[in-house]
Design a protein around this ligand. Structure first.
Ligand code: HDE
Length: 749
């Protein structure tokens, strides 16, 4: 090693001489400063592998997992080795003919290292490429026993889960906060086999028949010539498709509403979208729609925030989920069901349950809670878990079955198919994150990436050579039973039922269920998106669709586009609004909400420290923002500086007592982090507060901080000030429970 170091030193010296014309010290050159950090010389105790990192499962002839321990692949152990376990002396230098000579082809380690690296990437998902995952646990309430015999729904039964949230349109590296639908896919590792609930945060879909999925996705993805815009629906091809294909109007309206820009994955509802068929222990069936209800309520960003975040923190949702879990603010959702009688026509209150462009309002069929999901742990390795997880709507357990919804039927085919190319072969269920927790005893053999070392000679049925194993299970052994639903005699046709022709009544239902402020946001969203289109004909066609939803909506958007508002062309019965669809009006828990606290190191730090403790004790996350980083005094440390903080990160802002500016202070327009205390005059403080005001967030100030609000003329609803920090904290908690200061938004709808 000494010799190598000497040689390396020689080389560095040579380089130092070669570049001596440049007047710069060469790091590591003889005589230069030693590097600040030394590499550790002793290996540390390796962490124990997580259960899902355990080695590939080897299935024995009896179905018992065997031999796991020998095959552990987690990155640990003392010495670096090749993939075949050979200990390596050096992974930093390739084998060369002399220090300056050519690299030798025989260097297997070099080639293995580079070849493996060359193949590190796999294709991203064709949709839902950008996502974030988390582990958790689902606990059944037992209330679903009346409808489903699924054991994991039984009272107190705990089932490990992995959840992946995603945007739909963007690539893996796109921003989290774009206007889009979000995926909400849950893998329940039940003892009866894996159940996947592969849902979205929007309860309806763009198309009624899966055969059109490539069409809607091609229209919404970036234009094929320039590959722009990334992760956006605000472009011609998307609006071309939905304006021609009016069954997409309902889903589009949800996307244009605040649901299209969630505040956090933690504050999204989830929906199974399709109607499923459940079977109970008595052999009775019912039709069921699944809902996830977030404990923190359903909350959204405002559009300007979403746009700013896409640049300032493209990982906003990923970070939020990760931080919340790490800080112990474990996100929770209740799983609920709407239950409908399984009548032959599969219609409830006039709503076709097989049409995935329709909801059943909660006022007509309440969502009944059946269990609680808690996310408790972040993935250890993004690729291994979040990227390789493979969901499939066909992963069912006894007691839950599919229906004939033609969208669901096509999905049953698509998910396995896509995994074949994405994960490189048919054995993706052997990847640790996908591996069932129930014993596997299949007769699937061989194929790319086969990890199981199957024993036995007879992977076929019937056989006598392996003792006739494996045997069929009866329903008392927990076998899946296909519900013998009667399929009415019919001709083979490429047609929809007549009920699928209603494309507008439920879009209007959604619109009329919104409060004025939510309607205002919808108007703005349509005006923005259509304003980004170039083709006049597309805008005009979409305005006709809006006229068929609501006059006011249509004329406001037309006004924004500078076009005449067209006449309505379709008549239908006025739908009953569903107030349950609105996000406004309730008070929700505030756990894990982020509060930015503007601190002046020269101000009242004792009051700040006290307030910080109160906020932390209430489960909120106060982040101190100061003119400079590091120690602020009184045990306080700045988490953000005026250079790194931006309002969009926070749910509320507190301006803590600041020392008043000197009477002759000039506003420091170009103030930088590290400048002398300029809290009261720093324009970035003004920007923080003003943006929070514009985005209808709660604002508090105490002590001298009040004068900053006065200076900025910030007052009115949702602005709380006091001499005493304790008072403003109380007010802030109440304000945050409502998520926004709704009355501050201007409304004209
Ligand atoms: Fe998907 N969808 N989808 N989808 N979907 C995929 O599967 C597809 C649909 C949903 O985090 C793909 O593994 C078709 C509805 C989520 O890994 C692919 C149709 C709903 C995810 C696919 C639909 C969803 C996917 C891409 C129309 C809400 C992300 C990669 C028939 C109920 C899962 C993959 C994850 C992913 C096909 C419609 C939800 C190509 C053909 C409706 C949450 O197989």
């Amino acid at each position: 090693a000494k010799k190598a170091a000497k040689k390396a030193g020689d080389v560095v010296e040579a380089v130092a001489q070669a570049v001596s014309l440049v007047d710069k010290p060469v790091p590591g050159a003889p005589g230069s400063e030693p590097p600040a950090f030394e590499e550790p010389t002793e290996p540390r105790t390796p962490p124990a592998p997580k259960p899902d990192q355990a080695g590939p499962q080897v299935v024995s002839a009896t179905g018992e997992p065997a031999g796991d321990d020998e095959l552990v692949r987690a990155q640990h152990g003392e010495f670096l080795t090749t993939s075949t376990g050979l200990r390596l002396r050096d992974t930093d230098h390739s084998l060369k003919a002399g220090p300056r000579g050519p690299t030798l082809l025989q260097d297997h380690h070099l080639r293995e290292k580079i070849t493996h690296f060359d193949h590190e990437r796999i294709p991203e998902r064709v949709v839902h490429a950008r996502g974030a995952g988390a582990h958790g646990v689902f606990v059944g309430y037992g209330t679903a026993d009346a409808v489903s015999l699924a054991e994991f729904l039984g009272e107190g039964v705990e089932t490990p889960v992995f959840v992946r949230f995603s945007t739909v349109l963007g690539s893996r590296g796109s921003a989290d906060t774009v206007r889009d639908t979000r995926g909400f896919a849950t893998k329940f590792y039940t003892e009866q086999g894996t159940f996947d609930l592969v849902g979205n945060n929007i309860p309806v879909f763009f198309i009624q028949d899966g055969i059109k999925f490539p069409d809607v996705v091609h229209a919404a993805k970036p234009h094929p010539d320039r590959e722009i815009p990334q992760a956006q629906s605000a472009h011609d091809t998307f609006w071309d498709f939905v304006s021609l294909h009016t069954e997409g109007q309902h889903h589009t309206m949800w996307n244009m509403s605040d649901r299209g820009i969630p505040r956090s994955y933690r504050t999204m509802e989830g929906f199974g979208v399709h109607t499923f068929r459940c079977l109970n222990a008595a052999g009775e069936t019912s039709l069921v729609k699944f809902h996830w209800k977030p404990r923190l309520g359903v909350h959204s960003l405002v559009w300007e925030e979403a746009q700013l975040l896409a640049g300032l923190d493209p990982d906003f949702h990923r970070r939020d989920l990760y931080d919340a879990i790490e800080s112990g603010a474990h996100p929770q959702w209740e799983l609920g069901v709407q239950v409908f009688p399984d009548v032959p026509e599969q219609v409830f209150e006039g709503i076709d349950l097989l049409d995935p462009t329709k909801i059943v309002p909660e006022e007509l069929a309440p969502v009944q809670p059946i269990g609680l999901l808690t996310l408790t742990a972040n993935p250890t390795n993004f690729f291994a878990e979040t990227e390789q997880v493979a969901f499939h709507v066909g992963h069912l357990v006894p007691g839950i079955d599919v229906t004939d919804d033609p969208l669901l039927q096509a999905r049953l085919f698509s998910y396995v198919d896509t995994q074949l190319s994405r994960l490189g072969g048919p054995n993706f269920n052997q990847i640790p994150i996908n591996r069932p927790h129930a014993p596997v005893n299949d007769m699937l053999r061989d194929g790319f990436h086969q990890h199981a070392d199957h024993t036995g000679v007879a992977p076929y049925r019937p056989n006598s050579l392996d003792g006739g194993c494996p045997f069929h299970a009866g329903s008392t052994d927990g076998a899946f039973t296909d519900v013998p639903v009667t399929v009415p005699a019919a001709s083979k046709v490429r047609e929809n039922p007549a009920s699928y022709d209603d494309h507008f009544s439920q879009v209007r239902l959604f619109w009329t269920s919104m409060t004025p402020v939510e309607q205002e946001h919808i108007v703005s969203a349509y005006s923005f998106e259509l304003g980004k289109c170039y083709e006049q004909a597309i805008k005009e066609r979409q305005l006709v669709a809006l006229a068929n939803i609501d006059d006011e909506l249509c004329s406001r958007v037309a006004q924004g586009l500078g076009l005449p508002a067209p006449e309505r062309t379709i008549e239908y019965d006025e739908p009953e609004p569903s107030p349950a669809l609105s996000q406004v009006g309730e008070i929700w828990p505030t756990d894990g909400r982020m509060v930015g606290v503007v601190v002046d190191p020269a101000g009242d730090l004792e009051a700040v420290a006290e307030m910080r403790e109160t906020l932390l004790a209430a489960g909120l996350l106060p982040l101190l923002i100061a003119p400079h980083g590091g120690d602020l005094g009184n045990g306080l440390v700045a988490q953000r500086t005026f250079a790194t903080a931006r309002s969009v990160e926070f749910d509320a802002i507190v301006v803590a007592g600041a020392a008043p500016p000197a009477p002759d202070a000039v506003p420091a327009r170009d103030a930088k982090a590290g400048d002398a205390s300029t809290v009261a005059s720093d324009p970035r403080v003004g920007l923080l507060v003003e943006e929070c005001f514009r985005h209808s967030k709660s604002i508090a100030a105490f002590g001298e901080g009040r004068s900053i609000l006065d200076e900025l003329a910030i007052s009115g609803a949702g602005v709380t000030t006091s001499d005493d920090a304790a008072d403003v904290v109380d007010d802030l908690m109440t304000l945050l429970g409502a998520h926004r200061v709704w009355e501050r938004f201007a409304t004209t709808v």
